[in-house]
Design a protein around this ligand. Structure first.
Ligand code: HEC
Length: 163
């Protein structure tokens, strides 16, 4: 995940954003979380009702963990596929296609396999539904990095199966 801007799939933020969000608003830990984009009663009624868009607990057991956790997560390399687990010849053909005629590499830019900058695309641009995109501030999907993709081959890919 190192070298990338937005890590979350619908572009809410990067690793430290996600960690603070989950620790405070999903795991209900004591801490601080602030995101004024969630302060919209129409789009995010629950965040407004619970006050989660501006959570300020008396104790804060989370904020001090965010930097070390961020560094640790950035240090993890995507796992390589086990030897002999795929057809190398077919992979070479696929790689050629990926980088040329199929134009995959225009968005999944090697070696990060996402776009440097702000890698967000509309559902319309992608030819998919906007169910999840419409629940996010920019109403877009982020170009997924493709490292370690083999690890979730069974569950499937793309937004319908989540990641
Ligand atoms: C216009 C930019 C763009 C192009 C071109 C593009 N992608 Fe993507 N790709 C995306 C976005 C955005 C997502 C996330 C969409 C979603 O979650 O449904 C994605 C998701 C994926 C995923 C799912 C990854 C996961 O973790 O589930 C795979 C696999 C993928 N792309 C492969 C390809 C291949 C192969 C090509 C060429 C045939 C390609 N992409 C061309 C933007 C692009």
């Amino acid at each position: 995940m190192a070298g990338q801007n937005l890590h979350t799939w619908t572009g809410w933020g990067s690793i430290p954003y996600r960690n603070a969000h989950v620790a405070n608003t999903q795991m209900r830990g004591l801490g601080t979380f602030y995101d004024p984009r969630l302060n919209g009663p129409k789009k995010f009624p629950i965040a407004v009702k619970t006050g989660d868009w501006n959570k300020r607990d008396d104790e804060d057991a989370i904020t001090s963990k965010l930097a070390p956790l961020h560094i640790y997560q950035l240090s993890l390399a995507a796992p390589s596929p086990p030897a002999g687990s795929f057809d190398a010849k077919a992979a070479t053909r696929g790689s050629r296609l990926f980088n040329s005629r199929a134009r995959c590499a225009t968005c999944h830019v090697p070696p990060l396999y996402t776009e440097p900058g702000w890698a967000m695309h509309t559902a319309e641009e992608m030819g998919i539904d906007d169910v999840q995109a419409s629940r996010s501030p920019d109403e877009r999907y982020a170009t997924r990095r493709l490292g370690g993709l083999w690890t979730h081959q069974k569950g499937g890919f793309y937004h319908d199966v989540g990641s």
